[in-house]
Design a protein around this ligand. Sequence first.
Ligand SMILES: [Zn+2]
Length: 446
Amino acid sequence: MTANSSDTVRLISADWLIDGTGQDAIPRGAVAVRGERIAAAGHATELAARFPEAERLHFSGHAIIPGLVDSHVHLTFSAGAVPLEDVQGDGDVTVGLRGAINARDALLAGVTTLRDLGGRDRTTLELRNAIAAGAIPGPRLLVCGRPITTPNGHCHFLGGVAQGVTEVTALSRVLVEEGVDVIKVMATGGNMTVTSDPLKAQFSREEMAAIVGVANAARLRVTAHARGIEGIRVAAEANVHGIEHCRMEVAEGEWKFDDELARQLADKGIFAAPTLAASYRAFQRQAAGGKVGIRKGAIPFATRQQNAARLREAGIRVVVGTDAGASLARFDEAVHVELESLVGAGWTPVEAIAAGTLGSATAIDRDKEVGSLQAGKLADLVVVRGNPARSISAVRQVQAVFLGGRQVASGGHATLDARPTPWPEDQIAKRTVYRSTDVGPRAPRR
Ligand SMILES: [Zn+2]
């Protein structure tokens, strides 16, 4: 791809175009790209007439979809059988290199925006800044830094421990000061922290409300890891913006969908990411007799899919978050597994793509900039072989990835000579030299 002068229009076309809004695929669709933004998207013949001087790039037998948005990942986790043990045991260099490789893998898989929901200390802030500075390739990255949790609570070893209203308020303020993009709170225990209980709420309503208060004042969102009903309810009553997992567990291995709680989430417009891709492969390995970090009595995968479908039926905005980095949830396929799992749970392929593009972009508060192929948005697009509106697994066949109008991947290879600029120039904190220890300030808000 040649360098883009700001007034040259390039017309990228394919046999199908899926715009991310949930509308049907357009046959012979195209996206007109000017600089880093989309000038127009629609039927190829109309756009060709409108931009007669445009450079043309056609992908025969392919489809164009928006860059995928994964609202829940752990960039510095190993996606091994016991990722939490790995992240506790590994040194800083290993953690950082793993994050860099995972970021590149996600980009090659067609993910152009990632939200990291938990890493050790400041590692994910450093990664975000390194990508924003162009030091390493990767998707646009939003990070929570370390999640807020209780002493010995879920992921306490990541460094975000607090208890009581005074402490959680202070920690929330420190995170804001450090430049996080979102606050993540562990509302219940989790699978692989043996000292935590996924069924119990970790924080009181007062503590949760204090965290949400600090975030709202800083115009940041709060999303809560919550599996059991009790923790989901505390988080919902404190008006968090999103619930991760949202599994509606009531006892070990027992799932009971709570209609009233679901109605509360729907009424408040709280997003839910069922994270189906998390541990999908782990279940497969377990079924084959292999060792993985799944507790006894885990809720079966089909039940989790059923739970996701019920969340959507209740009117909750269900979005794509994969938990990539968790047990065997690899960055080179987690988002594809999530889309396939949603289709398995009753979404149409086009609906699943909408959940993983405009839906997840809305959940992370970036829908003004990314998530759909609409004029004015950043030109993040993915070209895949085949028609994913017919068979969702076509999203696995990534032919090209464009990030802000620049082609950053081709035929499964990163084009490292043209390093991406993840956010528009005016949104990147001004700096002349990149240092790995430089962790703030975050890009100014729109
Ligand atoms: Zn997670």
